[in-house]
Design a binder for this molecule. Structure first.
Ligand SMILES: [Zn+2]
Length: 61
């Protein structure tokens, strides 16, 4: 048998450990060019610009 816990972890201790495990939503800023929500320091995927200059081509449907 391998390593086995000697005592069960109490609900309070498990909750304290898991108090840091929550996931958070992506932080978003607004694109100055088109106003779409964009991840900070990333090229805008709706208009293809980064800091006011066109960086990538956006394919229209
Ligand atoms: Zn944009």
């Amino acid at each position: 048998m391998g390593a086995v816990p000697k005592r069960r972890i109490s609900k309070a201790r498990a909750g304290r450990r898991r108090s840091h495990l929550a996931l958070r939503a992506d932080h978003l800023v607004t694109c100055p060019q088109c106003g779409a929500p964009v991840r900070p320091h990333h090229v805008c995927l709706s208009c293809g610009t980064y800091r006011g200059t066109a960086v990538i081509e956006i394919k229209e449907e």
